[in-house]
Every structure is written in structure tokens, then in C-alpha cells.
Unconditional design. Structure first.
Length: 301
């Protein structure tokens, strides 16, 4: 079709209000124009922010997103992978709770392109991914506390099985060693992922370490729970206790919270994962992406 003929056809279609039939388009292109997005908890504001970025990038290319909210349940994760085959999706973006051996086996069998989002490729494999430098971000957070004069710093993790939490713990420990600051086992608390779990864990942490002057929480929700416990117990922030989080959720910037935190570019992570997946669908070679976290100074340090 010549350029002139194409313009005539498109103008006529526009005047008639014609819209292409998706089924016909799929038959011609051998694509369904659907992308799967599997997240562990869509109610978590971190993942809803990522999902918004994925949606924006894919809608510009006329793709529809099919969500899978797994609630960190491995059975649901496997069912979602099975649905990728059944629905003939063009590709999928995945955030599994854990990259266990049976899940990795399923990934190897996938016959469509996929991208790991906020997860890293297991050793010996070459799966494409988009993630943040959790280790470097944690180092920056702890150095910020030390530069303000803190020496007795506690750490609150999310889960012993969480890669992101463990990378942030590794960054905390390495910086404490670098500055010759002692860390006892009681200074490290595995809190959970929620505000409530942060509040409860802070009570335990303070009871065993009453001389703490700062806490590094491995996510913002834990950090807000810490602030709540300190407020209830009349411990002034930041004069008596400094708190720093990791994520930069919208709630962390509320006037009465103002949590100092390490900011992750959530929307950008979603956009980049979608763009990486589209490149793979178009058989273009692209490298995995690791983004930096940036310190957001507010009022809790």
C-alpha cells in the first residue's frame, strides 16, 4: 500500500469512526496484546505505584494488563504462570515472593518473554530484571545516621527470606563494621512489612536496647510503625530517637509524619520493566536494569 493510499484509508476510517477489531488484529499479528503483571500484594502502596508505571507504558502501545495478586502464596503464583499459557499472553512481568527451585523451573518452561520486577536473577541463570540497588541505598541511609552522630543504631527487617530486606541488612552491617561500630544480635529485629508489625517490633527492640539513638527500618510502613510506638511512649523524634525508612511512599511525606527515607523510583521501575518486556517481545536484546535509591531528608533524623 502506498503512503497516499494509506492516508486515504486512515482518513476514511477516522470519518466513519472505525476502530480496528482486536480479534482480527490478533489473528493478523499473532499477538493477543495482553501482558500479565504478577505482584505479591496489590494493596501495598509500593506495588500499586509500580503497577501504575506498567499501565502507563503499556497503554501507550495498546496493550492490556492482566493482574495476578498472589498474596505471597506460592500456589497462587504457580496458577498465575499456568494462566499465562492458557490466555496466550504476549509476555509477563513477575514479582514472585521467593524464587524457589520449582518456580524457576516454571520460568524456564515459559514460552513467552518475561521480566522479573524487583527480583534478581538466581545464580547461573540469565533472566532479565529491573530492580533497585538495595545494598547501596542501605549504606547511604546508615552513613546518614552516623554522620549525624549516631553510634547505637538498630535495624528492622521485613523477612528472613526477603532478598530486598537481606540486602538492606547487609548494607547496614557493612557500614557499621566500616565505622567500627558494634552490632549485637539484639539490635536486629525481623519486624514484618506493616505499620502494626513495625510498632510491635519497636517495643521489643527498645526493651532490649534502651540506649538506641536511631533505627533504620527496611521499609516505610515499618518506619511509620516505629514512629507510632515512639509517640505513644513519649520518646521525641528526632531529639531522642532518629528514624529512617526505605521506599518513599506518599504516606511518608504527610505533614505529621515527614519520614526521612530512601526513595525508590516506583513508577519508573514499572515503566522500565514494561519497556524492557516490549523490547524482548520485539526480539531486541536489552540488559537488566538496576536503579539507585536516593536519600529524602525530612524531619525524623
Amino acid at each position: 500500500m502506498s503512503r497516499r493510499t494509506r492516508e486515504i484509508v486512515l482518513n476514511a476510517a477516522d470519518e466513519l469512526g472505525y476502530r480496528p477489531n482486536n480479534i482480527a488484529r490478533s489473528l493478523i499479528s499473532n499477538k493477543t496484546y495482553t501482558i500479565g503483571l504478577m505482584v505479591p500484594d496489590i494493596a501495598d502502596p509500593f506495588f500499586s505505584g509500580i503497577a501504575a508505571g506498567v499501565e502507563d507504558a503499556l497503554s501507550n502501545e495498546d496493550y492490556q494488563v492482566v493482574y495476578g495478586n498472589t498474596s505471597r502464596d506460592s500456589t497462587k503464583e504457580k496458577k498465575f504462570i499456568e494462566s499465562v499459557f492458557a490466555r496466550k499472553m504476549d509476555g509477563v512481568i513477575l514479582t514472585p515472593d521467593k524464587l524457589e527451585e520449582d518456580f524457576v523451573t516454571l520460568l524456564k518452561k515459559l514460552n513467552v518473554p518475561f521480566v522479573l520486577l524487583r527480583r534478581r536473577t538466581p545464580d547461573g541463570l540469565d533472566f532479565p530484571f529491573v530492580d533497585v540497588d538495595h545494598y547501596g541505598g542501605a549504606q547511604q541511609a546508615v552513613k546518614h545516621l552516623i554522620n549525624q552522630g549516631h553510634k547505637k543504631i538498630g535495624f528492622m527487617g521485613m523477612s528472613k527470606e526477603s532478598f530486598t530486606s537481606n540486602e538492606r541488612l547487609r548494607g547496614y552491617l557493612d557500614v557499621m563494621r566500616e565505622y567500627n561500630l558494634e552490632v549485637t544480635e539484639s539490635q536486629i529485629s525481623i519486624a514484618g512489612r506493616t505499620i502494626d508489625s513495625g510498632r510491635v517490633a519497636m517495643g521489643r527492640l527498645y526493651k532490649s536496647n534502651p540506649d538506641l539513638t536511631a533505627v533504620f527500618a527496611s521499609n516505610d510502613l515499618i518506619g511509620i510503625g516505629v514512629l507510632e510506638w515512639l509517640e505513644i511512649n513519649k520518646i521525641e523524634v528526632p531529639r531522642q530517637m532518629a528514624v529512617i525508612g526505605f521506599d518513599d511512599l506518599e504516606i511518608s511525606n504527610l505533614h505529621w509524619i515527614q519520614l526521612t527515607t530512601m526513595s525508590q523510583p516506583r513508577k519508573q521501575m514499572g515503566e522500565l520493566s514494561a519497556e524492557l518486556l516490549l523490547s524482548l517481545i520485539n526480539e531486541e536484546e536489552k540488559d537488566s536494569i538496576i536503579l539507585d535509591a536516593k536519600l529524602k531528608k525530612r524531619k525524623t533524623c
